[in-house]
Structures are given as C-alpha cells and as structure tokens.
Design a binder for this molecule. Structure first.
Ligand code: SF4
Length: 395
C-alpha cells in the first residue's frame, strides 16, 4: 500500500523529547547550529535524494521514524511487512544504474529485532548491534550486500533507544578494561558500523549522533566505525574522545576504480585533523589492500602523501588496520555484468584461494604465502614512509 505523508508530519514528539530513555535524554545536547548543515547541501543530495521510503508500520510510527519521514516530506511512503523482505528493492536483478538509483533515492525504515553484542577481537573488542544496514555507496568489493543483494538501500533502524540501551547494558556489565590489547589500551571498543557507513547515515537521521553522544558519557568504552565518506556535520557533535573514526584509505587510482560514490581518498585524509580537533580519535584503515601490478609503489606514494599532509597531532594518536582484500564468487559474477574492469584487479585466481563461508557462499582471499608476504610488504612500507603509524593489526 502506498500513501503520501500527512502534510503536518511531526518534527518532534512532544514534551517528552525524542528519545524516551533518560540515559539518552541526559546526553550532551547537540550544539545549536548556525548556518546550513552539510546534509542539506547539493553535495549531500547527490549522495542521497530520497523519494521513496519503505517502512514497517511500527518503525514509521516511532519517534525516530517520524523524524526521518519529516526530513523527506516529499518522499512517497510504502508499507513494508519486513525490512528484510522487499523483493523489488533487494537482490541483484537489473543493472548497476538501477542499483545506484535505488541506493540514492530509496530508504527503508525498520526495527532491529536482534540486539546482540558479538565478540570481535580484531578491529574492535565487540560488534555492537548496528543502527543501520546497507549503504548508499557502491564499492565493488563490499561484503555488505551479500545478504540482501547489491541494490540494498540503507535501512535505518528506528529503535535506536533500545539499541543504545543494549550497548549500555553490555558496557556496564563489562566494567573497566583491565588489560590493554590491540583494540585499545584502556577502553572497550565497540564497532557501531559493521554493515553501514555511519557518516552517510548521519545524512538521514540522528542515529549516529545519538551513538556518539551515548559513548561520550561512558568512560570505559569507545565507539568505532570505518568510513569512506566525509560528512562535516559530524564535526558538530561532541564525542569527547570516545568515538574512533577510521578513515579507510587506499591508493587513489584503486579507489577511483573500486570505491564507487565515496569521498575521494585525499578528502578523507584532509579531514582527519578537523575530526581530531572536534574530539574524535582518528585512525586509518589501510584497506582493502589489492594486489595488482604496481601496488607496492602506489601504497608507498599514498603513505608518503599521508606523511606530508597530516599534522603532527594527528600522527601522534593515529593507528591503522591493514586488511587484505577478500572477495566473493557471487559478487564477482555480479560485478562482471556491470564493472568488469574492477574484476581485473579483484578477481585473481592465480593468487587467491577459496573458502566456504558460514552462509555457504564461496569467499576468496589471497593464498596464505601471498598474503603473508603482502602483509610484510605493507608493514615495511609503513615503517619506511609513515613510521609514526602504529599498525594495530594486519589481516
Ligand atoms: S562504503 Fe563500506 S559499506 Fe558502503 S559500499 Fe563501500 S565498503 Fe560497502
């Protein structure tokens, strides 16, 4: 069933405030903003210009849902029984142009039912239940579409109060971190963006802001998310050092081929100091590392560029993850239909080995020896060109 939004769609939920949980309501308020927000700019609209919102009824009726709907008053609202089952949106049918159109013009509103905090131990100590699923960008190697298909638009989870309450419960249960580890010397790190890009999500709703402000009040924990998008609106929040932004970087020529719709790598690096000054911790993901002719030289140039342009204060607190490319048989087949040039770099049976994933599909990754040698090469390049950059882990 399709309907137009009522003309008087509320932009707040009355005297009790939007959030309904004291812990969220008492968080540091978003500073008053004078001047236009980035999310209202033409640049932001090129990323997202929402015309259609598929909404579960409860999600649409929730405070966060109503806020999102009010932000896109001209969008058509379409009833959805479940955010997981919208066949006309999900899957790999059609062509890339259609997928990108769906990603940039369609949103889904749903409620997250499973609020699980999962152990990680590599990038973060824990994977928090996400406040969104799906992405408006379209990186050719992205694992996020594996379940919903390539044309998966962003699903915003509207029960952010329950998501934050679940994380808080876990943070309280953990108590202080007693031993430093590769994730952080003193804080329990929670990845809050496993299947989404929190910077793009902040163009749509206050979910990212709520997470940042929740963690700002938890002295034993830290939020962490990777991003390929520079959203200056995040600089208006008050993270108080409790959110780690991990800007993903790769050689710009690789990024232009593989990172579709993202901010240029140079812009991500240039934004690092602003984010640090705004109170974020700023790390880098050197990822994915794609082995192709000339890759070592390209990474050396990237690291030299970082060394040249990043101010000392960024270097002093920076750390990095190095993540070698993993790819997927099904995604390879999808990409061959719309971006075969990307597959020349991504699909290298001469260097890769298959591994059956938990959901039964075939992932590929560089063979053990190839991968170990490449990781050593990256470590060496970092030592030579960016010796200030601690590698937290390489995988
Ligand atoms: S930005 Fe991240 S989540 Fe979005 S398409 Fe690229 S890899 Fe996937």
């Amino acid at each position: 069933m399709r309907s137009s939004q009522p003309s008087g769609a509320p932009d707040d939920d009355g005297p009790d405030g939007l959030f309904g949980l004291d812990e969220i309501r008492t968080g540091s308020p978003r500073p008053a903003v004078s001047g236009p927000l980035f999310r209202d700019s033409p640049q932001a609209r090129r990323m997202l210009s929402v015309r259609e919102i598929h909404a579960e009824p409860a999600a649409a009726a929730s405070p966060r849902g109503r806020q999102v709907l009010a932000g896109f008053p001209d969008a058509e609202v379409v009833h959805a029984d479940s955010h997981w089952r919208i066949p006309e949106l999900h899957g790999n049918k059609g062509n890339a142009e259609r997928w990108v159109r769906i990603k940039s013009t369609v949103l889904v509103l749903g409620e997250k039912k499973t609020l699980t905090v999962r152990p990680n131990g590599r990038s973060a100590d824990w994977i928090a239940p996400g406040a969104a699923n799906g992405c408006a960008m379209a990186c050719a190697y992205c694992y996020v579409p594996r379940r919903k298909g390539y044309a998966n638009p962003i699903t915003v989870f509207t029960n952010i109060d329950r998501i934050i309450a679940r994380i808080r419960h876990h943070v309280v249960g953990q108590g202080p971190k007693k031993e430093p580890n590769q994730c952080d010397p003193s804080a329990w790190v929670y990845d809050v963006g496993e299947n989404n890009d929190c910077s793009v999500d902040a163009l749509i709703s206050e979910n990212t802001a709520d997470l940042v402000h929740a963690f700002a009040r938890w002295p034993t924990a830290k939020a962490s998310f990777a991003t390929k998008f520079v959203n200056p609106d995040l600089l208006l929040l008050e993270p108080r050092g409790r959110t780690r932004v991990r800007f993903s970087v790769m050689p710009p020529e690789d990024s232009r081929l593989l990172d579709i719709r993202t901010s240029p790598v140079e812009d991500r690096i240039a934004a690092a100091a602003d984010f640090l000054d705004a109170g974020y911790e700023v790390h880098f993901n050197l990822s994915p590392v794609v082995i192709r002719p000339g890759w070592e030289q390209a990474w050396a140039e990237l690291l030299r560029h970082m060394d040249d342009v990043l101010p000392q204060r960024v270097k002093e607190q920076a750390a990095a993850e190095v993540i070698m490319l993993t790819h997927n048989r099904d995604l390879h087949d999808v990409n061959m239909a719309w971006h075969p040039r990307a597959e020349e770099a991504l699909w290298r049976p001469d260097l890769q080995q298959p591994k059956r994933s938990e959901n039964g599909s075939w992932n590929v990754r560089y063979r053990n020896g190839t991968k170990a040698a490449a990781v050593e090469t990256v470590r060496g390049l970092v030592r030579t060109h960016a010796p200030w950059l601690t590698i937290r882990y390489a995988f």
